[in-house]
Ligand binder design. Structure first.
Ligand SMILES: *Cc1c(COP(=O)(O)O)cnc(C)c1O
Length: 573
């Protein structure tokens, strides 16, 4: 494997706000993965779509209605167009795929190239030029066309670029069609076969594929009708073979990836468990997500870490020594980030926030299961608890077709008015990676209220802890592993083992949220600053220490990329 690479395929990759080819956590995780790979000098390349029109830019009306605008960006500002071209077949037409290269460069000298596939090239029809234009835009036919470009086009492009591939890492099922291309590639040349299927060497493909699943929500798994599939995709391998490995009723991208990968993992321990229940009969491991420490630590805290924990960015394990940083300096660094947030809020909304009031942050994609409105379930109660000493910052885009997600934003705008004069609430438009860093570092407490077990991992809370901002969260995803009550932060609702099917519907979560806010969190923040800073330090020393993408990448290397999988590991996941 001397020159061979791990090819990391992801529908979205979020490297920086200026490359708007991501929609949320999945893409940012992919970006953090590649940054850590570069820091660790791992032989990795990334493959994704160019998304010339980005995801979208979000405008919010005074009523909180979301208006979507195309993003204007110029790929040539941040990447280089290469001359290479490959062809894929979409709906019986030959579609030409071009490519751009962006190097993710590390201060360590490592570099990971990312290849952005682009069908907006000469020779393609106007319709085909649009295939890679919009992230998660369009209908099923559009989505499947994109997945052909990503999976099939990606494999062909790497071959055209003469990049030998040791393993294909499928970040979510969107790129699973690459397995069909590999099947064709490894086709056995048999002279006489009594069963046509024997020429398809599943094992050869499996040995090269790693699949990371990211959602415990059924609707999150791509499925296409075979009617659509035969029209758009055709039969790269015979339909009966596809039905064998991708499902008899639908072309199910998750099943396809599961069947043709020999290492499969969920993104937190709980998510691994849930996935094993969803997909019985498959060996599903778990590697808990992490975030890129250097990217997600704001400047004031970086300066402090540089002084007291030199080398922290390449070795986040050094956070274990966070107690060597004086309390007063941690607080000052935090205040500096908080003042930046106060300025940011004023710029974007004209509202005056104070740097002295307890400030809660909630920002992520707006979609039902994340329950952005849980904090407001009883506005009277919340106003009573707050007593004028609470501020809340919201942000997040809803997918253009997620009506309930959009309605949630409007609901927060309405409740915000009900709370006027009692709790200051703002909703910031157009959440992106830059806004994310300002928010996770500038608030005092990071709130997360998913309806469990729907949050596979969650990563924004990991960004918060890198800035000494503790989490107040439902016990789901990563927080089950990171939470020590009152030490690293606080939980909301029942313990993770208390939710047998049927006896948990999340309805008691808000009561617990209010109770803890009133009895524990507000008093600690306002009357025991030393105790509060202890929790901040634990967030760094016990959470950031572990939930970083360097640790995660080392796990992928030892557990997925280079481990042999012929024998189950006793006691292993
Ligand atoms: C980190 C991040 C997310 C993920 O947030 P979760 O709370 O994990 O869902 C979403 N959007 C942006 C812009 C981010 O930076």
């Amino acid at each position: 494997m001397r020159d061979e690479r791990i090819a990391y395929f992801s529908m979205e990759i979020g490297l920086e706000a200026g490359i708007p080819t991501y929609s949320g956590g999945l893409g940012v995780l992919a970006g953090d993965t590649l940054k850590s790979a570069a820091d660790l000098c791992l032989p990795v390349v990334g493959v994704t779509l160019l998304c010339r029109s980005g995801y979208f830019r979000q405008e919010l009306t005074p009523e909180g209605r979301q208006i979507e605008h195309e993003v204007e960006w110029n790929p040539s500002d941040v990447m280089e167009r290469l001359p290479n071209r490959v062809t894929v077949e979409v709906e019986g037409r030959d579609v030409t795929v071009g490519v751009w290269r962006h190097g993710v460069k590390s201060l360590t000298g490592g570099e990971v190239p990312v290849y952005f596939l682009d069908t907006d090239v000469e020779g393609n029809s106007p319709g085909d030029r649009e295939i890679t234009a919009r992230l998660y835009g369009g209908d099923d036919a559009y989505r499947l066309s994109q997945e052909i470009v990503l999976g099939v086009g990606g494999v062909r492009m790497l071959r055209a670029l003469e990049i030998p591939v040791y393993k294909y890492h499928l970040n979510e099922g969107h790129s699973a069609l690459l397995t069909l291309e590999l099947l064709r590639w490894f086709r056995r040349d048999l002279k006489e076969v009594w069963d046509e299927r024997l020429v398809w060497d599943y094992e050869a493909v499996r040995e090269r594929c790693i699949f990371t699943t990211h959602t415990p929500v059924e609707a999150g798994h791509d499925k296409f009708s075979y009617e659509l599939a035969s029209r758009i995709l055709g039969e790269p391998v015979p339909l009966e073979v596809i039905r064998d490995i991708a499902g008899s009723d639908h072309l199910n991208m998750t099943l396809l990836a599961l069947n043709l990968s020999n290492y499969v993992n969920g993104v937190a321990k709980k998510h691994g468990e849930v996935s094993r229940q969803m997909f019985r009969g498959y060996r599903i491991h778990s590697i808990t997500n992490g975030v890129h420490s250097y990217t997600w630590t704001a400047a004031p805290m970086k300066k402090l870490f540089d002084r007291y924990l030199p080398g922290w960015a390449d070795e986040p394990e050094l956070f274990v020594r966070v107690d060597s940083v004086p309390d007063g300096e941690i607080w000052e660094a935090h205040l500096e980030s908080k003042r930046k947030l106060v300025r940011f809020v004023a710029e974007k909304t004209g509202e005056n926030f104070s740097d002295e009031l307890l400030t809660i942050g909630f920002a992520r994609r707006s979609t039902s299961y994340k329950r952005a409105d849980l904090l407001f379930e009883d506005v009277e109660r919340l106003a009573g608890i707050a007593g004028g000493r609470l501020q809340v910052v919201y942000a997040g885009k809803a997918h253009p077709r997620d009506e309930p997600g959009k309605a949630l934003i409007e609901k927060i705008f309405r409740l915000r008015k009900d709370l006027a004069g009692k709790v200051k609430v703002v909703y910031l438009a157009d959440y992106d990676m830059d806004a994310a860093l300002t928010l996770v570092s500038g608030v005092d407490l990071w709130l997360n209220t998913p309806l469990r077990p729907m949050e596979a991992s969650g990563t924004s809370g990991m960004k918060a802890v890198h800035n000494g901002v503790p989490n107040f969260s439902v016990l789901d995803g990563w927080w089950i592993e990171g939470h020590i009550e009152g030490v690293t932060g606080w939980s909301i609702g029942p313990q993770p083992d208390e939710d047998g099917p049927g006896d948990y519907n999340g309805s008691s979560d808000s009561a617990d949220l209010y109770d803890k806010l009133e009895r524990i969190i507000m008093p600690l923040f306002y009357h025991d600053r030393e105790g509060w800073i202890r929790v901040m330090k634990n967030a760094i020393g016990k959470n950031a220490y572990y939930f970083n993408s360097h640790r995660m990448m080392r796990r992928y290397v030892t557990n997925a990329y280079i481990r042999t999988h012929h024998h189950p590991i006793p006691g292993g996941e």
